[in-house]
Write a protein that binds this ligand. Structure first.
Ligand code: BGC
Length: 813
C-alpha cells in the first residue's frame, strides 16, 4: 500500500460501509463504471478500452479519440520509452474523457498467427512483451490514470474463449505466458489486472485462486484490483474466494445482491469482501476519486501532441522486410522529384488503421496512404488505382455519405440528434446523453449520399428490428429483421443484409433515410442499440480494374501497392483460418511487378500474412495497422524523410502450413499447448523450415557492421558501426544460449536489447544489462526460479537469424 494518508483514508472509508454498499461497489453500475458512494466521499470510477486509444463510455464517433498504431506496431518499435510517451498521451485522452482506468495493455502471447487478436498483443517473446507492456503501463500511470494489464492469463486465441480450458505446463506458463505479467507487475506496478475468459489447467481464470492469489498477489506483491473480463465471471463464491475484486459489467453480475446473500449464508466471510473493497478504494485513491487521499499523480506531465506521437510510432514501427536493388540502387527511398508513382490498392485509399472488436476507437481524422502521398509528392507525379476489391460483401455506408442520427421517444419527441462518422450505430450500456432507453422508440439515420460511380448501388440494413429504407425519395425496403439465431457477435460486427438496388448517377447527391425501431432485449441488463445502413457501390469489372493498375504501373517509375486484411479477417471474437490475403490481392501484386520491377508492396495488416510474391518484388514494407496518421508516416518513410524503424516482434512465416503452432480449437473443451516452451523463434530454431522473415528482422536505409562484443559479468557492450551513407537507428539484440543446454528446452532466448543511433561512418556502443532471469529456468519441483551457472554463448546481431558476433561467457556460480 501507499503512504499513511492513503492507508488511513482507505481504512476509514471501508469502516463506514455496510455489506450492501461493499457488494455494490464490487460490480459495475452499468457497462463501464462503478457506483459513487457519496457517504464516504467516493466518486464513480470510469473504465474504457484501450489499447490504441481511449474510446470512452460511448461506442461512436461523437467523442473521437487519437488512434495510435496497433500493439504489434508498438512492439515493432522495440522502444519502451517511446511507448511510455504513448501511454502519457493515452492518460491525457483518458483525463479529457473522464476515464480513470484504461482497459489495456493486452500482453497475451503470439502463440500462433491464427489468433484473431494477434494484432492486439505485442510479441512472441515474453521479454519484449514485458518491456513494451511496462513502458505502456508506466506512461499511462504517470498521467494519473490506471492501466489494466489483460487478459490474465493464456487468452492467446479466440475460439471458444469463454469456455476453453488451456492446458499449459508449469514451465511454459511461468516462462512464457505469465512472464510478461510478472515483469510488468515488478517494473511498472499496474493498478489493475483483468482476468481472462478462459480457464487454465482446469480452473476458470476469474476463480483461479492459485494464480490470482498465490502467484499474482502473494508471490509478486500485486496491490491493484483484479477485474473480470466483460461477462467473464461464473460464480459468486468461486470468484470472491478465488481473488476477483470487481465483476464487470453491471448492474447484474455475480456480485451485488448475490454477494450479500453469500455472506449472509455463511458461504463467504465478510473479511474476504473487505479485502476486495480495500483494493478498489486504493485504486480510487490513486486516481483521485477518494476524498482525503492524495491522488498518485498531482500534476499531469507535459502535454503530448497526439497526432505527432501517432505519426512517430507509425514510422518507427514500419518494418522494411526487403529492399532490393534495381539498377544497382535500392528501390527505397523514392526520390520524389525524380519519380512518378503509381499507387495501387483499395487500402491505399481506405486505409485499415485498426483491428476489430473491443479495441476499436473512433479517430477524428485518418490520413490514408493516398492522402499522405498526395501531400508529399510533387503535383502530377502520383496516380491512384484500386486494382482489386478486397471483398464483395456489403459494408457499412461510409464513402460519399454525410449522415446524422435522430433519436425519437414513444411520444414522437426528439431525444437527441447526433452526427455520424458512417452508417453504423453501436451503443452498449451507456447511451448518448439525452437518449432514454425505456422511452426510445425510433432512430432515424438521415443524410445525403453522393455516388462516385454511376450504376446499380446496393443498400442494406444491419441489426434486429423494424426498418424503413428510403433512397432518393422512394421507399425501397420496409420490413423486419428478427432474431434468427442469437449471436451477439454477428449482431454487433456482422455484415449488413442486402435489401435494395437503386440506379444512381455519379456526382448527383440523393437523400437517404433509414428509420429503425429497435427490438429491445427483454430482461437484458444492458441497453444495446446496434444497427446500421449498409451500402455497396456498383462493382467494376475485376479484369478492367487489374488491367488499369498494370498499365499505370508500367508507365510509372515506381509502383506502390498497398495490400491489406479486412475486419472479417483480423478481429476479436474469432480466429483466422488462413493467412492468405483476401480477394485477388496476390494476383494483383504479381501482375504489377510483372509490369514494373520497381514495385514496393506495403502490407497493411496487424499480424502475419502469406506473401507468395515476396522475393519477386523490389521492396516489402510491413506497416501493421498504422493508426490515424498512417499516410503521413508512410509518405515520410517512402520518400526517405525518415527511416522505417521497426523490427519484427514476431516471426513471419512463408505459409500457414509452415507455422509451428496452428491449433486453436479445443477438443472436449480443452486446448493442450503441446508445443510447450516452443513458440515463435524457439520453434523455428529447431525446425528445418525457414520463415519468410525472422524475429527481430528489419532493415533501415543504412547498413551496420557489428565490430565487437564484451561482457563484464552484468552488462554486454556491443560496438557497431554505421557503414552506410545515411544516419540510422539499429536495434542491437542479445541472445543467450547455454552451451550443452538441455535439448528439451529452447536453444537460446532473447536476453536483452538496446537501440542506438549513429551518423554515417560513426561507431557507437550499445550497452545491454542482462537480467538475472536470463540465466534462470522455472523449476516446478521446488516451485522456484533456478539459476543456471556455467558456460553460455552470447550472440549479438540485428535479428534472431543474423547474429554476426559470438562471445563465450561463464555465468558465475
Ligand atoms: C474484451 C476485453 C475488453 C472488454 C470490454 C471484452 O470482450 O476481451 O479486452 O476490455 O470486452 O470491452
Amino acid at each position: 500500500m501507499e503512504d499513511e494518508a492513503t492507508r488511513e483514508a482507505v481504512e476509514s472509508a471501508l469502516a463506514k460501509l455496510d455489506l450492501d454498499a461493499k457488494a455494490r461497489l464490487l460490480q459495475g453500475q452499468d457497462m463501464w463504471t462503478l457506483p459513487a458512494l457519496p457517504e464516504i466521499g467516493l466518486g464513480s470510477l470510469v473504465m474504457s478500452d484501450g489499447p490504441v486509444g481511449v474510446r470512452g463510455v460511448f461506442w461512436g464517433p461523437d467523442d473521437p479519440s487519437i488512434l495510435l498504431p496497433s500493439p504489434t506496431a508498438m512492439a515493432a518499435t522495440w522502444d519502451p520509452e517511446l511507448i511510455a510517451r504513448a501511454g502519457v498521451l493515452l492518460a491525457q485522452e483518458a483525463r479529457r474523457k473522464g476515464v480513470h482506468l484504461l482497459l489495456a495493455p493486452t500482453v497475451n502471447m503470439h502463440r500462433t498467427p491464427v489468433g484473431g487478436r494477434h494484432f492486439e498483443a505485442y510479441s512472441e517473446d515474453p521479454l519484449l512483451t514485458g518491456a513494451i507492456g511496462s513502458g505502456y503501463v508506466h506512461g499511462v500511470q504517470s498521467g494519473g490514470v490506471g492501466a489494466t494489464v489483460k487478459h490474465f492469463v493464456a487468452n492467446d486465441a479466440e475460439t471458444d474463449r469463454m469456455s476453453v480450458d488451456n492446458i499449459v505446463s508449469p514451465e511454459a506458463l511461468r516462462e512464457i505466458y505469465l512472464a510478461p505479467f510478472e515483469a510488468i507487475v515488478r517494473d511498472a506496478c499496474p493498478w489493475a489486472i483483468m482476468s481472462a475468459y478462459n480457464g487454465v489447467n482446469g480452473t476458470t481464470m476469474s476463480e483461479h485462486t492459485e494464480l490470482l492469489r498465490g502467484v499474482l498477489r502473494d508471490e509478486w506483491g500485486f496491490d491493484g484490483i483484479v477485474v473480470s473480463d466483460w461477462m467473464g465471471t461464473r460464480s459468486t463464491v468461486g470468484a470472491i474466494t478465488g481473488g476477483l475484486d470487481v465483476a464487470m459489467p453491471g448492474p447484474q453480475s455475480v456480485y451485488g445482491e448475490l454477494l450479500v446473500k453469500a455472506v449472509q449464508n455463511g458461504e463467504v466471510d465478510e473479511s474476504v469482501v473487505d479485502e476486495a473493497v480495500r483494493h478498489v478504494l486504493l485504486l480510487a485513491a490513486r486516481v483521485g476519486l477518494l476524498e482525503g487521499a492524495p491522488a498518485a499523480v498531482a500534476e499531469f506531465p507535459a502535454v503530448v501532441d497526439g497526432r505527432e506521437i501517432a505519426r512517430e510510432i507509425a514510422r518507427r514501427s514500419f518494418v522494411l522486410a526487403r529492399n532490393a536493388e534495381v539498377d544497382h540502387t535500392p528501390v527505397l527511398p523514392i526520390t520524389p522529384a525524380e519519380s512518378t508513382v503509381a499507387l495501387i490498392g483499395l487500402a491505399a485509399r481506405d486505409a485499415r488503421v485498426l483491428g476489430g472488436g473491443s479495441a476499436m476507437v473512433f479517430p477524428e481524422t485518418v490520413v490514408s496512404p493516398l492522402d499522405g502521398l498526395t501531400a508529399a509528392l510533387p503535383e502530377g507525379t502520383l496516380s491512384y488505382h484500386v486494382g482489386t476489391v478486397l471483398s464483395e460483401d456489403m459494408g457499412v455506408a461510409d464513402r460519399g455519405f454525410t449522415l446524422r442520427a435522430r433519436c425519437l421517444a414513444t411520444d414522437g419527441s426528439l431525444q437527441r440528434e447526433l452526427p455520424m462518422a458512417d452508417g453504423n450505430i453501436m451503443w452498449m450500456g451507456n447511451l448518448p446523453e439525452g437518449v432514454d432507453y425505456p422511452s426510445l422508440q425510433t432512430i432515424e439515420i438521415l443524410g445525403t449520399f453522393t455516388p462516385e460511380l454511376s450504376g446499380p448501388h446496393r443498400f442494406g440494413t444491419k441489426g434486429i428490428g423494424q426498418f424503413t429504407l428510403t433512397v432518393d425519395g422512394e421507399t425501397v425496403f420496409e420490413g423486419e429483421q428478427t432474431l434468427e439465431s442469437f449471436d451477439p457477435f454477428e449482431m454487433l460486427f456482422g455484415s449488413p443484409k442486402d435489401r435494395a438496388v437503386v440506379e444512381l448517377e455519379a456526382g448527383r447527391p440523393v437523400e437517404v433515410a433509414l428509420r429503425y425501431e429497435p427490438m429491445k432485449m427483454e430482461g437484458s441488463p444492458i441497453a444495446i442499440v446496434s444497427f446500421g445502413l449498409g451500402h455497396l457501390e456498383p462493382q467494376r469489372d475485376p479484369e478492367e480494374l487489374m488491367a488499369e493498375a498494370e498499365a499505370a504501373a508500367a508507365q510509372a517509375d515506381v509502383a506502390v501497392v498497398v495490400v491489406a486484411t479486412t475486419d472479417k479477417v483480423e478481429s476479436e471474437g474469432f480466429d483466422r483460418t488462413t493467412l492468405a490475403l483476401p480477394g485477388r490481392q496476390d494476383e494483383l501484386v504479381s501482375r504489377v511487378v510483372a509490369a514494373n520491377p520497381r514495385t514496393v508492396v506495403i502490407v497493411n495488416s496487424g499480424a502475419p500474412v502469406e506473401m507468395p510474391w515476396r522475393d519477386d518484388v523490389a521492396a516489402v514494407l510491413l506497416s501493421w495497422f498504422p493508426g490515424q496518421e498512417a499516410g503521413s508516416a508512410l509518405a515520410e518513410v517512402l520518400t526517405g524523410a525518415a527511416e522505417p524503424g521497426g523490427r519484427l516482434p514476431t516471426t513471419w512465416p512463408a505459409t500457414l502450413a509452415d507455422c509451428p503452432v496452428t491449433e486453436v480449437t479445443p477438443t472436449d473443451g480443452k486446448l493442450v499447448y503441446t508445443e510447450d516452451l516452443f513458440i515463435g523463434y524457439h520453434a523455428w530454431d529447431r525446425s528445418d523450415i525457414a520463415p519468410a522473415y525472422s524475429f527481430g528482422h528489419g532493415l533501415g536505409y543504412t547498413t551496420w557492421e557489428y565490430e565487437e562484443v564484451d561482457w563484464d559479468g552484468e552488462a554486454v557492450t556491443v560496438r557497431v558501426r554505421n557503414t552506410g551513407s545515411r544516419p540510422g537507428r539499429e536495434v542491437v539484440q542479445v541472445y543467450l544460449a547455454p552451451v550443452d543446454g538441455d535439448p528439451s528446452r529452447p536453444a537460446r532466448a532473447l536476453a536483452g536489447f538496446a537501440s542506438i543511433e549513429a551518423a554515417a561512418g560513426e561507431t557507437v556502443t550499445a550497452t545491454v544489462t542482462l537480467p538475472k532471469r536470463a540465466f534462470e529456468v522455472w523449476e516446478e519441483a521446488s516451485r522456484t526460479w533456478a539459476y543456471r551457472p556455467g558456460a553460455y554463448d552470447l550472440t549479438v546481431g540485428g535479428s534472431s537469424a543474423d547474429r554476426p558476433l559470438t562471445l563465450p561467457i561463464e555465468a558465475a556460480v
